[in-house]
Ligand binder design. Sequence first.
Ligand code: PLP
Length: 380
Amino acid sequence: MTVYLDHNATAPVRPEAASAVMAALEAGGNPSSVHQSGRAARARVEQARSVIAKSICARVEDLVFTSGGTEAINLAIHAATALGAERIIHSAIEHDAVRAAAAASGLAVEEWPVTTDGRANMNWLEGRLERAGAASEAPILFALTAASNETGVLQPVADAGRMIRDAGHLFLVDAVQMTGKAPFDFAESGAQFASLSAHKAGGPQGVGALAVACDAQVGALISGGGQEKGRRGGTENVAGICGFAAAVAAVGPSESGRIAALRERLEHRLKAGAPEIVIWGEGAKRLPNTICLSAPGWPSEIQVIAMDLAGFAVSAGSACSSGKVRKSHVLQAMGASDAHAGSALRISLGWTTKEADIDAFAETWLNEYHRARPLAAAAV
Ligand code: PLP
């Protein structure tokens, strides 16, 4: 059986989420219908909205359900454009969901650099806000991931949010990787928009949400029957929404501590057996579940295949929808050399991970690494 250590790509569905999905499917009903079955479906959606909103300290009316994190990000950019934004400045370590949506938006796009530990550069932000103030530019949409999907490095969203808001600009926090893994406080972030996704928390794929601060108006990106208070047309994915809330509610208070201890154990073992590896963002605060390492001399794709054959699911520095492995723009933005960026591996733990999985992974990875390294060196 495969040991699944790729929770940042998608987490296995929690039993609580699967049961909630099944219960909602069996109950049926369109939340817009006025009859009893419709009203019951509406009640399930609103109950789920309340659970998810509470989990991120948002108001229930702030939450717009979408088909996932990507749509939530696109909706935020659409809303910012309607609010007059002509420019988007996103960090250099954003997920492609932000980078591609920004590039397609028609807005001017700029990159916000990061420091070598993978955190958004706050001095740069300060200088950029000053320049924007002097030029009295139209509102700028700043976008920053709350936690990098590749390195797990947590970003200074609350500090950035305060500075961006004080300067009268707009802020989108991509909180997709926080969902179910680490606390995210929408109110404290100062953001007008935050994207969430159910499948990173052990909920179903294809459902997510955009949190919208009450002072930011949102017109629909997908027009239709006026659902979600006119902010997202289309019959709600009731079963998915119920599964999303059940996944969020199933995260126990001790879960992140347990996972952090497993991550510590794994890092310790890997570094003891291969002291030359680099762990990205090691000195920074990170999600408790993520390790991104580079093992120069052992290309990422070969590592992924070797580990897959040995029964472990992990991913190269960056999971790509096409299945192709590109050198990670995140690691490059952190100053990684080609040798480091080309030998990066992401191991992401989660609610299914056990100590025995970690020990087996460490032993197998170290054996394969010591076997592959002399061959890789000889081939150069
Ligand atoms: N943002 C980040 C940081 C992600 O890791 C992902 C998915 O991998 C997304 C956005 C996109 O979310 P979704 O898959 O729900 O569209």
